[in-house]
Design a protein around this ligand. Structure first.
Ligand SMILES: NC(=O)C1=CN([C@@H]2O[C@H](COP(=O)(O)OP(=O)(O)OC[C@H]3O[C@@H](n4cnc5c(N)ncnc54)[C@H](O)[C@@H]3O)[C@@H](O)[C@H]2O)C=CC1
Ligand SMILES: O=C(O)C(=O)CO
Length: 323
């Protein structure tokens, strides 16, 4: 079996082990691949693996002969899954490889937005404490999470873990997802409509996939309906948020902070409005990138390929059960 990894460079710069995938056949690993290189590199491949290299309808002729596509990630918005389904090509993603990893990243941004540790460390190192007339000073008062409400949009693997972390910090938790079921045992917790979450949460954290329905789920209207001074967290996908509207809300104080690990374009262009927005933390899509989570992706992808090969595919996101 010939397996081609189109963009293995980010997933494995050398600190995790491709062995579980290499054990399955003849594996070729490319750092990254652009659309012009797709046809040549996919030639003869049975399995194509991509992390963020798009596979759109117009790319289908270039991947003629490929029998299975694996995404080295959970989110699969870079792939036209329907077009691949029409060709009978199953697309499998990696589920729950780094649930705590992503939730902890969202929580790290929330804590930084509430406790301002970097802001104050920078101020102290710049000499402000030496010059202070008082034994203590602050540039912004710290905020305590206990008693506040966390609104989760998306309550799958990561959203649920985020709910547990929020609960551990003494927050009430509201959650919205497509099919509300299996409520957690902690309290206070409630499933809620999107509208209710928008207007009743102190912190809103996004954990749903990017789809036609969720694009700009946080738009100017949603932002204006939020509590004054709410905090927004996005570790899912950049286009869930209308970035121009979010930047305006940060400038006006309608949002008191934004923590985002993702942007609408990655890498961003210099004119992205969030790059200059106040009270905004931006990390370069690294919530998933612990070594343990990246090794999990490799191990679970190998299992996806094995299951597909044996005729009992799992984690198929486009309904094609065999090829
Ligand atoms: N920043 C990073 O490094 C990472 C980001 N992600 C992103 O996080 C997202 C969530 O991951 P998981 O929790 O593992 O996925 P999951 O599939 O377990 O959960 C997704 C949840 O979103 C809900 N959902 C779907 N459409 C919705 C809608 N229109 N409105 C409200 N809820 C909706 C589903 O019902 C489900 O509860 C992924 O789709 C991916 O985009 C995932 C891993 C790493
Ligand atoms: O797994 C995902 O969806 C990520 O965003 C990391 O690649």
């Amino acid at each position: 079996m010939k397996i081609v990894i189109l963009d293995g460079g980010v997933l494995n710069p050398g600190d995790v082990d491709w062995a579980p995938i290499k054990a399955l056949g003849d594996v070729t690993i490319y750092e990254s691949t652009n659309s012009d290189q797709l046809a040549e590199r996919s030639k003869g491949a049975d399995v194509l693996l991509t992390n963020k290299t798009p596979l759109r309808k117009e790319d289908l002729p270039a991947i003629e002969g490929v029998r299975m596509v694996g995404i080295l990630a959970t989110g699969y918005n870079i792939i036209d899954t329907e077009a691949l389904a029409q060709r009978g090509i199953p697309v499998c993603n990696v589920v729950a490889y780094g649930v705590s990893d992503v939730a902890q990243h969202a929580m790290a941004m929330l804590l930084e937005l509430c406790r301002h540790t970097s802001l104050h460390t920078e101020s102290v190192k710049n000499g402000d404490w030496l010059k202070s007339k008082q034994w203590c000073y602050w540039k912004l008062p710290p905020v305590c999470l206990e008693g506040l409400t966390m609104g989760l949009i998306g309550f799958g693997s990561i959203g649920r873990r985020m709910g547990e972390l929020a609960h551990a910090f003494g927050m009430s938790v509201l959650a919205n997802c497509r099919v509300p079921k299996d409520p957690p045992t902690y309290s206070p917790f409630a499933f809620a409509t999107l509208e209710h979450i928008i207007c009743s949460s102190d912190v809103i954290s996004l954990h749903c996939p990017l789809t036609k329905e969720t694009k700009h789920i946080i738009n100017a209207k949603a932002l204006s309906n939020m509590r004054k001074g709410a905090i927004l967290l996005n570790t899912s996908r950049g286009p869930l948020v209308d970035e121009a509207a979010a930047a305006a809300a940060l400038k006006s104080g309608q949002l008191s902070g934004l923590g985002t690990d993702v942007l609408s374009e990655e890498p961003p262009t210099a004119d992205n409005p969030l790059l200059s927005a106040p009270n905004t933390l931006i990390t370069p899509h690294i919530a998933w990138a612990t070594t343990r989570a990246r090794q999990n992706i490799i191990d679970l992808t190998a299992e996806n390929i094995r299951r597909w090969q044996s005729g009992t595919p799992v984690n198929v996101v486009n309904g094609v059960s065999n090829a």
